[in-house]
Design a protein around this ligand. Structure first.
Ligand SMILES: [Zn+2]
Length: 134
C-alpha cells in the first residue's frame, strides 16, 4: 500500500521540518518588524493630520494623498497580519505534530509546495478548489 504512495506525499523528515521552522521563524520576525514600522508610520501620519499640518493652498490634494497613503498602508498591514496568522498557525501545527497535513482533507501536503510556501495549510488540490470557489 505505502509503496504505491507518490513520493510527493511522503511526510517531511525531522530535518526538513526543522529547516522550515527556522524559515518560518525568520519570516515571522521580519513581518513583525515590518508591521511595527507600518503602524508607527500611520500613527505619525494621523498625528500630523490632527495638528493641521497641511498647506492652505493645496489642502484638498494633500488630504487626498494622505488618505490614499493610509489606505495603501492599511492593505499592506492587512496582508502582513494575514501572513503572520498563517505563519503562527504553521508553527502551532509543528508543535502539535500536525504540520504538513492539509487542514481540509488531512492528507500530507506536497513537499515541494511546503518548501515553496512553508505556511501552506491546504494541499494543492484543496487550494485549487478553494480558489475556484472564490
Ligand atoms: Zn487537502
Amino acid at each position: 500500500m505505502l509503496a504505491f504512495a507518490p513520493m510527493a506525499e511522503a511526510k517531511l523528515t525531522k530535518k526538513e521540518q526543522d529547516d522550515l521552522h527556522v524559515r518560518l521563524s525568520e519570516e515571522r520576525d521580519h513581518l513583525e518588524a515590518q508591521l511595527a514600522s507600518i503602524v508607527e508610520e500611520s500613527f505619525a501620519a494621523s498625528q500630523s493630520d490632527i495638528s493641521g499640518d497641511v498647506g492652505l493652498d493645496d489642502e484638498s490634494a494633500d488630504a487626498g494623498t494622505a488618505t490614499f497613503e493610509r489606505e495603501k498602508d492599511l492593505s499592506i498591514e492587512n496582508n502582513v497580519r494575514d501572513l503572520l496568522r498563517k505563519i503562527d498557525g504553521a508553527l502551532k501545527r509543528m508543535d502539535e505534530n500536525t504540520y504538513g497535513l492539509c487542514v481540509r482533507c488531512g492528507r500530507p501536503i506536497e513537499k515541494a509546495r511546503l518548501k515553496a510556501l512553508p505556511y501552506a495549510e491546504l494541499c494543492i488540490k484543496d487550494a485549487q478548489a478553494a480558489q475556484s470557489r472564490r
